[in-house]
Design a protein around this ligand. Structure first.
Ligand SMILES: NC(=O)c1ccc[n+]([C@@H]2O[C@H](COP(=O)([O-])OP(=O)(O)OC[C@H]3O[C@@H](n4cnc5c(N)ncnc54)[C@H](OP(=O)(O)O)[C@@H]3O)[C@@H](O)[C@H]2O)c1
Length: 277
């Protein structure tokens, strides 16, 4: 299988390198192009054998699967650029939430899919949200998820839930890191303890909490109860968090969904209206 990457910025290069480092792809199976070619050349230097393509059409022509790793409003121009080189047996995969499966199917003759990856794939962790177009057959899906499995847990989701699930799986590492950063800053300021040591303790705590939720049979509420002694220190601090954070997650969801709606309207306009073919 030959796999193309159009756009090797933050997420494109992360996916590409995670797939190579996990052994899921050999460098010589990879074709890549980027608006600023130096980024692909640097990847080739790190992974000898990787093919640097001088145009997106060259990447598309040479690949069975093509990951489009650009920002939502850059999609239409790239689809116009590669559309005529694509064949029906190829598969194009968007990695961005506002570009809809129907946008891709209306613009391309090939199979299409959408995934929302996570930065956690760099360490072979995290859920990869997968959505498939009508031209994808069961064997295409199996082959594709076989490719992703060494770096992630691929799960099928309904496209209408893409934003809320992306908030958790894809934005979640940033949200939780924000929380930890504030917490560690306060700990350093209050106690003078070493930031690196506190960060390591926090990371191990997060890893263990994740395992308790995924393998240990706990729900988040059960975990709070398991740690809390009535009238104890954790209980007092949880009461503080509860009163301080009232409504914050509803506002967070309203914010991510508001931005998504804006981007979706811009994509609809580029692709000729909602649901247009
Ligand atoms: N970062 C994440 O954790 C994450 C997670 C899930 C999904 N995503 C999605 O992934 C998409 C990309 O995000 P990102 O963080 O990787 O952005 P990014 O770092 O800005 O990468 C985008 C890349 O696309 C390249 N590009 C732009 N126009 C191009 C063109 N016409 N032809 C070829 N390459 C082109 C850019 O090239 P230049 O070098 O010239 O700028 C840049 O390297 C976004 O839609 C985002 O929603 C990101």
């Amino acid at each position: 299988m030959k796999v193309g990457f159009i756009g090797t910025g933050s997420m494109g290069s992360l996916l590409l390198e995670a797939l190579i480092d996990s052994g899921s792809l050999a460098p010589n199976q990879v074709y890549a192009s980027n608006r600023t070619p130096e980024k692909v050349i640097r990847l080739q230097q790190r992974h000898p054998g990787l093919h640097v393509c001088t145009s997106n059409a060259e990447t598309a022509h040479n690949s069975d699967l093509i990951f489009l790793c650009v920002k939502p409003l850059q999609f239409k121009a790239i689809l116009d650029e590669i559309g005529s080189t694509l064949r029906p047996d190829q598969m194009v995969i968007s990695i961005t939430s506002p570009v809809q499966i129907h946008h891709l199917e209306s613009a391309l003759c090939c199979k299409v899919a959408k995934i929302i990856p996570s930065v956690a794939h760099r360490v072979q962790s995290g859920v990869c949200l997968c959505m498939y177009g009508s031209r994808i057959k069961e064997e295409d899906r199996q082959l594709f998820e076989h490719l992703l499995s060494p770096i992630s847990k691929p799960i099928l989701i309904d496209e209408s839930f893409v934003r809320i699930t992306s908030d958790l799986s894809s934005c979640g590492p940033a949200f939780l890191s924000f929380f930890l950063d504030q917490w560690i800053n306060a700990a350093v300021e209050t106690t003078g303890m070493d930031r690196g040591e506190l960060t390591w303790i926090a990371g191990e705590m997060l890893l263990g909490t994740g395992k308790l939720l995924t393998q240990g049979g706990f729900t988040p509420l059960e975990l709070q109860k398991r740690v809390t002694v009535p009238g104890g220190i954790t209980a007092e601090a949880l009461a503080l968090l509860d009163s301080s954070l009232t409504g914050v997650f509803h506002r967070l969801i309203a914010t991510t969904h508001g931005k998504y709606k804006e981007d979706l309207e811009k994509c609809d306009a580029q692709f000729g209206g909602p649901g247009a073919d």
